[in-house]
Design a protein around this ligand. Structure first.
Ligand code: AMP
Length: 282
């Protein structure tokens, strides 16, 4: 497995693969990889001849008061995980390689990005769309893999790939959880022992919401109430949002009669965690 730090190196390698008629899968990440990321790489390896994993903490998607500086980084560990999962190339650029001085072109979206995480992170999805568009242009993959853990991101990237005619298949992959149900996240490392315990409330609340829908409840407000009240009962938790939206354009729904995303963002202490489930999907 190679580690490339420049766009040129990646292009040369991918062009060589394409000349050989090999298919290419891309797994974009911000590193500090765990089993969630690994599941995406493993899936990409099973569906493509060659797999590129990018490891790039993208400054453009962090707000001024967010955790860009403290975001955990460990390339050696990431490289070991990528190799074990069967990736062929890691793309690990410096910010200056992705954004030269004078950079001023962005990919933005009018729909899908205003609600959920976009409400409290107003510049986030512009940063995500721009970096993913660049990665698509650099790697030119046949398929790209995204986790349902970041469900809004998955929906946004699907929409962007379609709007901009990338011709890349966007594959959504299920949420990988710790044994006790907490969704795996690089940000879980911020939690101390008490917070780690309190963080279980996200999955516990969502599971109750899912039970209600499975039992036939179709009133989105009732689902929100149930999920919110369970989270609010946890003293260390502060709700950013609890939403029920349709699973295509991410618009709030009143009645649950087609696939919906039930999503939460919750501060546990200073750490903002997200989790979700999709209901009524075929
Ligand atoms: P990140 O490094 O947090 O930007 O995540 C990179 C990719 O891994 C995104 O597509 C995430 O949705 C996905 N991912 C992160 N955590 C998980 C998880 N627990 N299960 C499945 N996919 C995940």
């Amino acid at each position: 497995m190679k580690i490339a730090v420049t766009v040129k190196e990646v292009r040369e390698q991918v062009n060589e693969w394409k000349r050989q008629g090999l298919s290419v899968g891309l797994v974009p990440t911000m590193g500090y990889l765990h089993e969630g990321h690994k599941s995406l790489i493993t899936r990409a390896v099973s569906e493509n001849d060659r797999v590129v994993a990018s490891v790039f903490v993208n400054p453009m998607q962090f707000g001024p008061s967010e955790d860009l500086e403290s975001y955990p980084r460990d390339l050696d560990r990431d490289a070991a995980l990528c190799e074990e999962a069967g990736a062929d190339l890691i793309f690990h650029p410096e910010p200056s390689e992705m954004y030269h001085s004078g950079f001023s072109s962005y990919v933005d979206m009018d729909t899908l990005t205003g609600g959920l995480c976009g409400k409290s992170r107003p510049i986030h999805f512009r940063g995500v769309c721009t970096v993913v568009a660049k990665l698509f242009n650099i790697v030119m993959p046949d398929r790209a893999y995204f986790g349902q853990k970041d469900a809004q991101q998955l929906a946004v990237i699907r929409h962007m790939a379609d709007d901009l005619s990338y011709g890349i298949e966007i594959k959504g992959c299920p949420i990988i959880r710790e044994e006790d149900g907490l969704a795996k996240s690089s940000r879980n490392t911020y939690l101390d022992k008490t917070e780690r315990q309190a963080a279980l409330v996200l999955n516990r609340a969502l599971s109750e919401g899912r039970k209600l829908i499975d039992a036939g409840e179709r009133d989105a407000a009732r689902i929100k109430e149930t999920v919110s009240s369970i989270i609010s009962a946890e003293p260390l938790a502060r709700i950013d949002y609890v939403e029920v939206v349709n699973w295509d354009l991410l618009e709030p729904v009143e009645n649950i009669d087609s696939p919906v995303l039930v999503a939460v963002a919750v501060f546990i202490g200073k750490t903002r965690l997200i989790d979700n489930f999709i209901a009524l999907e075929d």
